[in-house]
Design a protein around this ligand. Structure first.
Ligand code: ADP
Length: 480
């Protein structure tokens, strides 16, 4: 029998007894006379009622204690978040409630164990994902090219320092903002937007694009990749911008160098060939004409030799195979030798050569041929880039305080624009504004710098003003 039924039955019995007792007491009160039988019945009924109340009290007390214990156990479980089984301590009446409650608790316990395992798994995965994210960020931040990562809504997800500097934004403020409002270069924004619009088939492409940086035009190779999730959905774009301005300049310089060298070799060779043919054909009738032809052939051969020496020396110095034969030499002595050789080139252009040379007894310890080549390059450049009628002044001096021998070659020629000055000593570099003034290879000054600075630990410098002239100088320690 269930508790509800038992409780119902006990209540009905109590009510019946109560009603009967009340009815009887009332009847007795109405009949004034009462006999011993009536008193006996009244006592029995009273005892019966007291016994019933006692039974009910014991019964409810037992139930109440069991309920308190159950409630205590449930509170404990709530506090400790540990589900266990509920114990009734033998209160059989509550078994009907406790059994299904324990079944429910067992089921919940299993469910909680499963959820805890799931949670642990998720935590591990989240830690792995966060470590991987940091890894990727570290890689991206260490790349010197500019890197931008966007999501499929064209919002900025990640950008490295190079991108911030190039595009002028602050990543922490620009995160999750649409690239429209972050990147001012409209073409770049369009390229990022279009990257995934053609679907997966074209998910990586490289585009060359020019942008201004600090007011200077620069060329970038932009590699755009459409990021596709394993389920095939487009999840964003990665754009890597590599500055190829210098690479392009070098490639152009090399192309120019090959064509310039070919030209520089061909011109004296054709001239030598032409004069030899004239001599062979007997076109030089008198001794003076023949002598003129020999001089031209000789000076053109020197020009060829100078060019080949420049090319060879520069590559020897760069590869470190050159050995300088150091000996005490006089710079003024070397300058005199150079001026003797350069005199015909200067007089052919009607250029006056002025010399202010220090006494020859000042000496430096250096490789004669290399210093000769360096001075020759400076003097022939001065003649090359000075229009007819100009003046080239060559000076040597000794700075007694610093114990340095100084050599200066100044001219009244084309001069060099301020922007080009920092680059004139670079290999293959030719000043655009002066390209029409004279042909060349862009190697002469590079060799001067190598010889003076790398081989002899000296200094080279230039002061120049476009249209007014230039002054190249170098200094080397003087011997005591
Ligand atoms: P190049 O063979 O072109 O003369 P260099 O290395 O000797 O090469 O010189 C580099 C560039 O520097 C030249 O192309 C020229 O424009 C510039 N330059 C060199 N010397 C002078 C000078 N005395 N006056 C003006 N420009 C000069």
């Amino acid at each position: 029998m269930t508790i509800a039924k038992r409780l119902g039955l006990a209540t009905i019995v109590l009510i019946a007894l109560g009603v009967t007792s009340a009815y009887y007491v009332t009847m007795m009160a109405l009949q004034t006379r009462s006999g011993p039988v009536t008193s006996f019945v009244f006592i029995v009924l009273g005892l019966l009622a007291v016994a019933t109340v006692l039974v009910m009290f014991v019964f409810w007390h037992g139930i109440g204690r069991a309920m308190n214990r159950i409630s205590g156990q449930l509170h404990h479980m709530t506090r400790t978040r540990q589900l266990g089984l509920v114990m009734t301590d033998g209160a059989q009446e509550l078994q009907h409630v406790v059994r299904p409650l324990n079944e429910l608790l067992t089921m919940l316990n299993g469910e909680m164990d499963r959820l805890r395992a799931d949670r642990r798994e998720l935590e591990i995965q989240s830690r792995i994902a966060s470590a991987e994210k940091h890894h990727v960020e570290a890689i991206i931040y260490s790349i010197s090219d500019a890197v931008i990562v966007t999501n499929r809504f064209d919002e900025l997800l990640l950008a490295n320092e190079a991108a911030e500097k190039l595009l002028g934004f602050d990543t922490s403020a620009a995160l999750r903002k649409n690239i429209d409002g972050v990147i001012s270069d409209g073409t770049l924004v369009r390229l990022i937007r279009e990257t995934c619009s053609h679907g997966r088939s074209s998910h990586r492409r490289v585009v060359e694009h020019s942008m201004d940086r600090k007011g200077q035009p620069r060329t970038y190779n932009i590699t755009l990749s459409c990021v596709v999730a394993p389920n095939g959905e487009v999840s964003g774009v990665v754009a890597v911008l590599r500055d190829i301005t210098r690479e392009k300049e070098i490639a152009q310089m090399k192309t120019d160098f090959v064509s310039n060298v070919s030209h520089e070799l061909k011109t004296p060779l054709s001239s030598i060939k032409a004069y030899i043919e004239m001599l062979v054909d007997g076109e030089a009738e008198d001794e003076q004409t023949r002598q003129e032809f020999y001089d031209i052939i000789s000076s053109e051969t020197d020009r060829l030799n100078r060019l080949i020496q420049n090319i060879l020396n520069i590559s020897r110095i760069e590869s470190g195979v050159v050995t300088a034969h150091r000996e005490p030499i006089s710079i003024s002595g070397v300058v005199k030798q150079v001026l003797d050789v350069a005199a015909p080139q200067a007089s052919a252009k009607d250029i006056k050569i002025a010399q202010q040379l220090s006494p020859v007894y000042y000496q430096i310890e250096a490789d004669h041929d290399m210093i000769y080549q360096a001075v020759l390059n400076l003097v022939s450049n001065a003649i090359k880039y000075t229009p007819p009628g100009g003046t080239v002044t060559v000076k040597t001096a000794v700075d007694e305080v610093r114990r340095m021998a100084v050599c200066e070659v100044a001219d009244t020629g084309a001069g060099i624009p301020a922007n080009d000055i920092p680059h004139v000593f670079d290999k293959f570099y030719r000043v655009s504004a002066n390209k029409k003034v004279a042909k060349g290879t862009g190697l002469g000054l590079a060799l001067v710098k190598q010889v003076i600075e790398s081989v002899h630990d000296g200094n080279v410098s230039v002061v120049s003003e476009q249209g007014k002239g230039s002054r190249f100088s170098f200094e080397l320690p003087v011997l005591n």
